[in-house]
Design a protein around this ligand. Structure first.
Ligand code: FES
Length: 87
C-alpha cells in the first residue's frame, strides 16, 4: 500500500494493493476523469509533485516514465511511500 496526497487540500488517502489511485480518489470525492482504466488512453494523466511513480501504463513515453513528473492514475502506482499529486 502507499499514500496519495492531494496538493490542493493536503488530504491523504491510502491506496491498498487491490485498489487503484483513481478508485481511491473517486471513493473520496476527488474528481479525476477516467476512460479506459487500462493505461492506454491518456484521460487520467495527472502531474506528480513529489514521490516516484511505479508506471503501469503504455501511454507515456519512456522518457516521461523516467522523468516521473506525470502519472496515469487509473493503473500506475508508487515506488515511494507517498505520492503527491497536483489535484
Ligand atoms: Fe485511460 Fe487512465 S483512463 S489511461
Amino acid at each position: 500500500a502507499f499514500t496519495v496526497k492531494i496538493s490542493s487540500t493536503g488530504d491523504e488517502f491510502v491506496v491498498a494493493e487491490d485498489q487503484t489511485i483513481s478508485q481511491v480518489l473517486e471513493d473520496n470525492g476527488v474528481f479525476l476523469p477516467v476512460s479506459c482504466e487500462e493505461g492506454v488512453c491518456g484521460t487520467c494523466m495527472t502531474d506528480v509533485l513529489d514521490g516516484i511513480p511505479d508506471h503501469r501504463d503504455v501511454f507515456l513515453t519512456d522518457k516521461e516514465h523516467q522523468e516521473g513528473k506525470l502519472i496515469m492514475a487509473c493503473c500506475s502506482r508508487a515506488k515511494t511511500k507517498t505520492l503527491t499529486l497536483d489535484l
